[in-house]
Design a binder for this molecule. Structure first.
Ligand SMILES: *Cc1c(COP(=O)(O)O)cnc(C)c1O
Length: 373
C-alpha cells in the first residue's frame, strides 16, 4: 500500500458496534476483566494501554517502516524515555546543537544518574567516529537540524554506530516520514515530536519512538512508558491520528512553498543568507538529495545586520505569527537565539520560519513588507 493510502487507513477501521467511520474516543480508564480474571479485550488500564493510543502506535510504526511504536505525552518524554531505557555507565553521542530540551535532560537529570554523553558535530563523520567509546550504546542524531538545517548522513552514521556496537536513533520531527525514512537508511529507532508535522495543527503536544526491530532497549522503553506513565490522553492520540490523514498533502505543500520562499529570499537585499537544505548552495545539499524526498517546510534566514535588525523584522510580520514551535498549518516565525539558553550556537541575526499552508504570494508579501527598511 502506498504511503498516502496508509496515512488514511492504518490504525482505523469501521467501529464494529455502531458502524461509525470515525473511531470513538475511548475515555474509559479501565476495562472489564473476564470471569476467569483474564483480559478478553486486550486492555487492562488506561496507563498501560488504550484503543486510541494503540491505533496511533500502529499507524506511526507503519508510516516509519518499523515493527512497533510507543507514544508519549510530549516529544521530550519520547526522547527522555529512550535515554532512560539505557543503563548507568552507558555512553550516548548526541549532536552539539541537539534540541535544547534534550541537552537539558542529559546535563541536569541523566548525567547525575550515571549516564555519560558526548556532544559532537554529527555532520563531521571523523569527529563522530572519534566520539564513539567502547561503552557507547546509543547515537542520537537530528537531521535536518534545528534551527540551522544542517544535514547528517544517516547511512554513514548508522554504519559507524553499528561498527561500535551502538544503536542509532534519528529524530525525524523536521522532515516527517513523508520526506525521510531513517529506518530504511539504517537507523534503529526514529524519534518524533508529533506536536509538529504529524499532528500538524498546533493543537496537541505528543511524541513517539518507533523501532525497526524488537530488542531489549525498546522493551525497556515500553516498560517505562507503562510504569512511568508519561502517556498521551485518548483525545491527544485521536487528534494526532486525525492529523496523519493529511500529513502527505500538508508536508509536500509546505515544502513546495518553503522552496519557493527560500529561492526568493536568497535574492533579497536585506537577507545575508538563507539556510535551507533544498538550495544547491547548502552544505548538506548532496546528502539531502540522496536521503530525502523533499526538503521540508522549515527554513532559517540570517538577516543582514545584528540581533536588533532580526528582531525588528520579526516585529513587523502580520500574517506570520511570532511564536515558537513549527509544523502547523499557520505560518510562524521566531527569533531563535532569544529563546535558547545563554551560550547558544545560534547566530543572533537568525530567524526561523515555519511555512504553513497559506498561499505563497501572501507569505512573500508579508515577508517583503517586514524586510523593507
Ligand atoms: C519540538 C521538538 C522536540 C520536543 O517536543 P515537545 O513535544 O515540545 O516536547 C524534540 N525534538 C525536536 C527536533 C523538536 O522539534
Amino acid at each position: 500500500m502506498h504511503f498516502d493510502t496508509q496515512s488514511i487507513h492504518i490504525g482505523r477501521g469501521i467501529d464494529p458496534v455502531t458502524g461509525a467511520l470515525v473511531s470513538p474516543i475511548h475515555l474509559s480508564t479501565t476495562f472489564e476483566r473476564g470471569a476467569e480474571g483474564d483480559y478478553p479485550h486486550g486492555y487492562i488500564y488506561g496507563r498501560s494501554g488504550n484503543p486510541n493510543r494503540n491505533a496511533l502506535e500502529v499507524a506511526l510504526a507503519t508510516l516509519e517502516q518499523g515493527v512497533d511504536a510507543a507514544v508519549f505525552g510530549s516529544g521530550s518524554a519520547a526522547t527522555f524515555t529512550l535515554l532512560q531505557a539505557l543503563k548507568t555507565g552507558d555512553h550516548v553521542v548526541a549532536p552539539q546543537n541537539v534540541y535544547f530540551g534534550v541537552q537539558q535532560m542529559l546535563n541536569h537529570i541523566l548525567e547525575p544518574w550515571g549516564l555519560q554523553y558526548t556532544l559532537v558535530d554529527t555532520t563531521d563523520l571523523s569527529a563522530l567516529a572519534a566520539a564513539l567509546q567502547p561503552n557507547t550504546r546509543l547515537v542520537l542524531i537530528e537531521t535536518p537540524s534545528n534551527p540551522q538545517l544542517a544535514i547528517t548522513d544517516i547511512q554513514a552514521v548508522a554504519d559507524l554506530a553499528h561498527q561500535a556496537g551502538a544503536y542509532l536513533a534519528c529524530d525525524n520531527t523536521i522532515p516527517s516520514p513523508v520526506l525521510q525514512r531513517p529506518l530504511e537508511l539504517g537507523a534503529d529507532f526514529v524519534v518524533h515530536a508529533t506536536t509538529k508535522y504529524l499532528a500538524g495543527h498546533s493543537d496537541v503536544i505528543g511524541g513517539a519512538v518507533v523501532t525497526k526491530e524488537m530488542n531489549g532497549l525498546f522493551e525497556q522503553l515500553r516498560l517505562i512508558q507503562s510504569i512511568g506513565g508519561a502517556v498521551p490522553s485518548p483525545f491527544d492520540c485521536w487528534l494526532t491520528l486525525r492529523g496523519l490523514q493529511t500529513l502527505p498533502l500538508r508536508v509536500r505543500a509546505q515544502a513546495q512553498t518553503a522552496q519557493a520562499i527560500a529561492h526568493w529570499l536568497q535574492q533579497h537585499p536585506a537577507v545575508e543568507q538563507v539556510l535551507y537544505p533544498g538550495l544547491p548552495e547548502h552544505l548538506g545539499y548532496a546528502i539531502a538529495q540522496r536521503q530525502m524526498q523533499g526538503y521540508g517546510g522549515l527554513l532559517s534566514i540570517l538577516v543582514k545586520g545584528e540581533q536588533a535588525d532580526a528582531v525588528a523584522v520579526a516585529a513587523r510580520v502580520q500574517l506570520f505569527t511570532r511564536a515558537t514551535s513549527f509544523g502547523g498549518s499557520h505560518s510562524t516565525l521566531e527569533h531563535r537565539a532569544s529563546i535558547e539558553a545563554p551560550g547558544t550556537r545560534t547566530p543572533p541575526n537568525l530567524l526561523r520560519l515555519s511555512i504553513g499552508l497559506e498561499h505563497v504570494d501572501d507569505l512573500m508579501a508579508d515577508l517583503e513588507q517586514a524586510l523593507a527598511v
